[in-house]
Design a protein around this ligand. Structure first.
Ligand SMILES: Nc1ccn([C@@H]2O[C@H](COP(=O)(O)O)[C@@H](O)[C@H]2O)c(=O)n1
Ligand SMILES: C[C@@]1(CO)OP(=O)(O)OP(=O)(O)OC[C@H]1O
Length: 160
């Protein structure tokens, strides 16, 4: 059994869609990035790679590679899940938190769980997505960006 953590931050800017956990959340700003900047999925990917001691997201998907320009981060998650599955790593559970002063994430959390679970080929019962503000403090509190943290537990399946 292994655990891994992931953390990511992206800036909020006008003129971009806000994609979190593969859900387009209605808001007047979105996250800036080379990909769709899905900060939640990026944290999940880094937690998975960290647990398996397999590097980090930038190593697997460089942000100067044109093939990842505007890419759906759920697609990157699918690739990482396949990469780990091929090495016999299976998900125990995943817990994540989106750190955003606004918008309110609660109405979209279930769909985020479903999206992440689908790309990983697991049941949504293994996936937890939460949200918190920072009570107005720091970059997230000022609405300059959104952060996400994820932690996963994986185990090696030696029965296949
Ligand atoms: N962007 C957010 C932030 C928070 N929530 C929900 O509100 C609850 C209370 O948040 P606090 O930061 O005041 O502790 C939190 O537990 C979430 O359920 C949200 O939906 N979207
Ligand atoms: C996802 C990748 C690749 O498109 O780019 P970004 O969307 O900029 O995200 P970031 O978390 O800064 O780094 C990982 C990347 O290399």
């Amino acid at each position: 059994m292994r655990v891994g953590i992931g953390y990511d931050v992206h800036s909020l800017v006008v003129g971009r869609p806000l994609i979190l956990g593969g859900v387009e959340v209605p808001y007047h700003m979105g996250l800036l990035g080379h990909s769709d900047a899905d900060v939640l999925v990026h944290a999940v990917i880094d937690a998975l790679l960290g647990a398996a001691c397999c590097g980090d997201i930038g190593e697997h998907f460089p942000d100067n590679d044109p093939q990842y320009s505007g890419v759906s981060s759920l697609m990157l998650l699918k690739k990482v899940s396949a990469y780990l599955n091929n090495r016999l790593w299976r998900l125990g559970n995943l817990d994540a938190v989106v750190i955003a002063q606004a918008p309110r994430i609660a109405p979209y959390k279930e769909q985020m769980r479903i999206n992440i679970a689908r790309e990983m080929g697991v049941t949504p019962e293994l996936i937890s997505v939460k949200a918190t503000t920072t009570e107005g403090l720091g970059f997230a509190g000022r609405g300059e960006g959104i952060a996400a943290q994820a932690i996963v537990c994986i185990y090696q399946d030696n029965n296949c």
